[in-house]
Design a protein around this ligand. Structure first.
Ligand code: DAH
Length: 355
């Protein structure tokens, strides 16, 4: 057997048996390294006679190509085997219940917003949004609050431009205007979101949350408003009975305007919503003023409806027994761990809102 054939059979066998990258590197060096079997064969070309040179050179070249090809094949196979082994040993069963990494919590305000959206979507309201930076027209004028109207002073507005055209919205009511200008009646929306007023003490923070509601259609009256709010408050506080009263009030954008109080009692210093002979003011509402409809390109001789505005933070405090409003915005991890909610328990009316 010639030297070339010996190398061929020896290394084909070695490569066939090779199963790991270290071994493969070893074979590579033995063949093509400085003193490798193939490298050395090339050195013999010079010592051959003129007649044999060509034949010998082409034999080594063929062998070199053959072994190189075989080496590449084995290298690929080893790589694939390694990946498959990893896939088998390192696989994660994503269907297994988790145990240790359930760390994040949902903020009570976010939880309450989710609860509110769930309650209202059950009776056909959709969720609308508007920007925090509003213009003066949507925030005031279109809502029947023209310049110099006394209600503007009560809002402690953060203005963002010298001409007072841009501001941080002082309530979610401008979403009413945006919604109506954008579409065609009927409208049935709620709009939760951030609102801002230059005010800060134990019961006020410069940024707070409101929920706006708007239902415009043909033949909507205050009975619908009453029924809607009664349903909402009962669902929200998860009570079967609710004492509720409408007290005459004034808002520029509604006529008539009322404030809603709900009955409560104190048991061991805790507020119990529903019955009792104490009253808690909870929201403002009324029938949308015809001027607001006209400003929103809705014909008040054909359409009418109700609107309401609720402070979300206060609802969250009442429901979850949180005493200080400012704690909502202090970003205290311990507080959030205590009052926060499990991200996987999304509130729904059917399954329970706050379990
Ligand atoms: N925008 C009012 C506020 O911030 C709340 C409000 C009252 C909204 C009555 C309404 C409403 O839509 O009808 O004080």
């Amino acid at each position: 057997m010639s030297e070339i054939e010996k190398i061929k059979s020896e290394y084909i066998e070695k490569l066939n048996n090779c199963t790991n990258p270290d071994n493969l590197n070893q074979i590579k060096t033995e063949l093509f390294g400085k003193n490798g079997a193939i490298t050395n064969q090339f050195k013999f070309i010079g010592s051959k006679s003129e007649n044999d040179k060509k034949k010998f050179a082409s034999q080594i070249n063929d062998l070199k190509n053959l072994l190189q090809e075989k080496l590449d094949q084995v290298s690929k196979k080893i790589e694939i085997d390694e990946i498959n082994k990893k896939l088998e040993t390192e696989q994660v069963d994503v269907t297994l219940p988790e145990r240790t990494f359930r760390k994040g919590k949902i903020h009570p305000v976010s939880q309450v917003i989710d609860e509110i959206c769930s309650i209202f979507s059950e009776v056909g309201f959709s969720v609308a949004e508007g920007p925090d930076v509003e213009n003066e027209y949507n925030n005031f004028t279109a809502l029947n609050t023209p310049p110099n109207h006394p209600a503007r002073d009560m809002h402690d507005t953060f203005y963002l431009s010298d001409d007072k055209n841009l501001l941080l919205r002082t309530h979610t009511s401008p979403v009413q205007i945006r919604t109506m200008l954008k579409g065609k009646p009927p409208f049935k929306i709620i709009a939760p979101g951030r609102t801002y007023r230059c005010d800060s003490d134990q019961t006020h923070t410069p940024m707070f949350h409101q929920l706006e509601g708007l239902h415009i259609d043909k033949d909507i009256n205050m009975g619908h408003l009453k029924g809607c709010l009664n349903y909402f408050i009962k669902e929200f506080f998860e009570v079967k009975k609710l004492k509720m009263r409408f007290r005459p009030s004034h808002f520029p954008f509604t006529e008539p305007s009322v404030e809603v109080d709900i009955g409560y009692d104190l048991k061991d210093g805790e507020i119990v919503i529903g019955e009792g002979n104490k009253w808690l003011e909870i929201l403002g509402c009324g029938m949308v003023h015809p001027n607001v409809l006209i400003n929103s390109k809705v014909d008040p001789s054909k359409y009418q409806g109700f609107a309401f505005g609720i402070g979300i933070d206060r609802l969250a405090m009442l429901k979850y027994g949180i005493k200080d409003l400012r704690s909502f915005f202090e970003c205290n991890y311990k507080w959030l761990n205590h009052y926060g909610f499990d991200p996987i328990d999304v509130p729904t009316n059917y399954r329970g809102l706050s379990r």
